[in-house]
Design a protein around this ligand. Structure first.
Ligand code: E4P
Length: 215
């Protein structure tokens, strides 16, 4: 499983990119709004930091509007992936964009039929939302596992991005469930590599090092 970072904050993206563990970025209208900056300027700065797929979402609800927005946004940079909401109109837009070789990430996926339909419409990625599903007492990890099983069974090339990740446990379970990618908030990326035994181990090594005779 690969890692994307789920943020529109360029400082977080820069810091995470420096570790070499992320190979893409996902944004959504909420994340972009949080930064209080122009959408195009934000996305273009992100493309200058990470050389990989950068998801930017359309806000139209009809297929014509989505395609128009998508064409405009996709023209900003070759790495841009257009995020399309999982609706009937979204499927029409995904199908049209895939014929124009514009990559799509079908978002707000909450059941395996939605994921399969998005894949058949030509989606490059589908994004099942783990955290928001768990919030309503549904099993977000089982959702990812079911989609993964179906995509493997029918040899479907659409990649699964485990989204709405809230905890390091979500990341681990998404990997076990067969997600191709987890898009992870900065805070969770930092949490998931922490271990108290690593910290106490470093402390002990540094303490012991003080006992090494110095010439
Ligand atoms: C990413 O593609 C999603 O938009 C994002 O993971 C949603 O996360 P949230 O449910 O924490 O808002």
């Amino acid at each position: 499983m690969k890692f994307f970072i789920d943020t529109a904050n360029v400082d977080e993206i820069r810091e995470a990119a420096a570790t070499g563990i992320i190979c893409g970025v996902t944004t959504n209208p909420t994340l972009v709004a949080k930064e209080g900056r122009d959408f195009r300027e934000t996305i273009l700065e992100i493309t200058s930091i990470v050389d990989g797929p950068i998801s930017a979402e359309v806000i139209s609800l009809d297929a014509d509007g989505m395609v128009k927005e998508a064409e405009e946004i996709a023209a900003w940079h070759p790495n841009i992936v257009i995020k399309i909401p999982m609706t009937w109109e979204g499927l029409k837009a995904t199908s049209r964009l895939s014929k124009k070789n514009i990559k799509t990430n079908v978002t707000l996926v909450f059941n395996p039929n939605q994921a399969l339909a998005a894949a058949r419409a030509g989606a490059t990625y589908v994004s099942p939302f783990i955290g928001r599903f768990t919030d309503i007492t549904q099993d977000g990890i089982e959702l990812v596992a079911n989609i993964s099983e179906i995509f493997t069974m029918y040899d479907i090339p659409t990649q699964i991005i485990a989204a709405s990740i809230r905890t390091p446990m979500d990341v681990f379970e998404a990997a076990r469930a067969g997600a191709d990618i987890a898009t992870v908030p900065f805070k969770v990326l930092q949490q998931m590599i922490k271990h108290p035994l690593t910290d106490t181990g470093i402390e002990k090594f540094l303490d012991d090092w003080k006992k090494v005779p110095k010439k």
